[in-house]
Design a protein. Structure first.
Length: 550
């Protein structure tokens, strides 16, 4: 393939350690270990996408197998080994994608292949990309070979998910955590690439590319490639065009919108948002950018322009700093919470655009939003006296309003409704256990009455205090239910305690005993004996007394 027809990410892929950006410590450590002939059995490179994991793996393979040695590593005129490794065609350097070969059989084939020495190079090297995709059995099969490989065999692993790799594997490798590329370094890098490609792009547009790429070199080059291809030869990529291409909008619009929210100018806020939406900005992108802006407002005094990762320009930075002096921290924290909840809301709302508009309106109607006012109060200044008088008047008015609300609530509470009258009467009606049972009947609390009669033994009954014992059949929610009902009926708190004492028999047991006594009493009477003589097969099952006799 012609080098000019390659995408920028492949065309400018580093070929030696000197070409790497942002990974100086890693490059120096590996170089020193090779020079000292202390090469580890396995390397493990981890980090986010597009920061050079696989690229460094290939450079390490070159450094180990270059015919010129590490001191004179090929740069332009590549030796046979370096050229083959660059083209991924070297017979002794095998690149494997663990995402497509995850099974234990694939690893066994790899181990079998490792038994044979290198054909034309010093080392046989296995580069396994996305190694975390290997199965648990595959990792286990690899352990022994990984710990004690032949002298000619080296492993190089690359992964974005280090936590998914068994610790037994990680401990057998020399691990390198590749960091995100700093914004300033990435900016200078893509600026050089732009000039080599004779592209026309403003620094502001390049800074936007750096911001979107989030420290990934590959992402930055892919975005630059896309931006340059979308323009004519005579056109320049400026910030406005870049924002349209990548679906981003000018931060100054968001700052203006935030300022209008604080002032409560609803119509202007909605108009600005609709303009932003018409630019093709997705609601989720808008919410995330709004969160980022809130962060800047809260922490602007501890930030520098460079630490904002090129999200802001000089003018925007200064504007945020000025507005932040007028905003309470509590307001910003409250805004943050509302914004987070709105982000979750987008998942369930069909029309996300309308949801964002309602979110902005809600922010404007938060009652606690007030711009900080720090007047220079001069005791001799009449305007200061007026301000204080006005402030005191506002406080008095608010107190009067609260008092009026309280009075209205009290009037409503004291309104002579039927329920309140009943509560006043009920307060003195439950003075015994039997009163409680009667009340359960009146209030139709059948379940509660059942528990009291069948499963409760009374130990002691006092005003606002009941002491009981119980059997195994008592409902687990009995105490909670009884307490709630007693409070509802008497408007007083009752204490219900469990006792180790057995207490009185339950109402059910009492009734059974009384029935048994009555039956025995009847059986000893002359009437029963006379009946049994005439009807010897008869059986006495129950006895009922007249209410007057009872």
């Amino acid at each position: 393939m012609n080098n000019n027809s390659k995408v920028l990410a492949l065309k400018y892929r580093p070929q030696i350690f000197d070409d790497l950006i942002g990974q100086d410590v890693v490059a120096e450590t590996i170089t020193n270990s090779i020079k000292a002939d202390k090469v580890p059995n396995a390397y493990l490179f981890t980090g986010i996408r597009g920061i050079g994991k696989t690229t460094i793996a290939r450079i390490v393979a070159k450094a180990l197998n270059c015919t010129n040695g590490i001191e004179n590593l090929c740069k332009k005129n590549l030796c046979e080994n370096c050229n083959s490794i660059t083209d991924s065609s070297h017979i002794d350097v095998l690149e494997m994608d663990a995402a497509s070969k995850t099974g234990v059989d694939d690893v066994r084939d790899l181990i079998e292949f490792s038994r044979y020495g290198p054909t034309s190079a010093k080392y046989k090297i296995f580069i396994i990309d996305e190694v975390h995709m290997l199965s648990k059995q595959a990792f286990n099969a690899l352990l022994k070979t990984l710990e004690e490989p032949p002298k000619y065999l080296k492993f190089i692993f690359a992964t974005t998910e280090i936590k998914k790799i068994p610790i037994t594997v990680v401990s057998r490798c020399q691990r390198f955590d590749l960091s995100r590329i700093k914004s300033s370094e990435l900016f200078e890098f893509i600026k050089r690439i732009k000039e080599k490609e004779n592209g026309k792009a403003s620094d502001e547009a390049l800074k936007l590319i750096v911001k979107i790429s989030e420290g990934s070199v590959r992402d930055a080059l892919s975005l630059l490639d896309r931006a340059l291809l979308s323009l004519d030869e005579n056109s320049e990529l400026d910030l406005n065009i870049a924002q349209k291409i990548f679906g981003y909008f000018d931060k100054s619009q968001l700052i203006d919108l935030f300022e209008l929210i604080l002032k409560g100018e609803e119509k202007k806020v909605i108009d600005i948002y609709r303009k932003i939406y018409d630019q093709g900005v997705e609601p989720k992108v808008f919410i995330n950018d709004f969160l980022e802006l809130l962060y800047y407002f809260k922490n602007i005094n501890s930030l520098t322009l460079e630490s904002t990762n090129f999200s802001l320009n000089d003018e925007e930075f200064s504007k945020i700093k000025n507005i932040s002096k007028q905003v309470d921290t509590e307001v910003l924290i409250l805004f943050w919470q509302f914004t987070i909840s709105s982000l979750e809301e987008l998942e369930i709302v069909s029309n996300q655009h309308l949801s964002i508009e309602m979110f902005l309106i809600r922010l404007m109607h938060i009652s606690s939003i007030k711009l900080k006012r720090k007047p220079d109060l001069n005791l001799n200044d009449k305007s200061s006296d007026n301000a204080i008088t006005q402030k005191n008047s506002e406080v008095e008015n608010s107190i009067q309003t609260i008092d009026q609300i309280k009075n209205m609530a009290q009037e409503k509470k004291n309104k002579p409704e039927i329920e309140t009258e009943i509560k006043a009467i009920d307060k003195n009606l439950i003075n015994s256990f039997n009163d409680l049972l009667d009340f359960c009947s009146q209030k139709k609390e059948i379940k509660l009455k059942y528990e009291l009669e069948k499963n409760v033994n009374l130990v002691k009954f006092e005003r606002n205090r009941i002491e009981i014992s119980f059997n195994d059949n008592l409902d687990k929610d009995f105490v909670k239910d009884l307490s709630l009902k007693l409070f509802e009926w008497t408007d007083e708190r009752w204490i219900i305690t469990f006792s180790k004492s057995k207490g009185e028999m339950s109402i059910n047991e009492k009734q059974k005993n009384k029935k048994k006594e009555l039956i025995n009493e009847i059986k000893s009477s002359e009437i029963y004996k006379t009946v049994m003589k005439k009807f010897p097969d008869a059986e006495l099952l129950d006895v009922k007394l007249n209410e007057a006799e009872d």
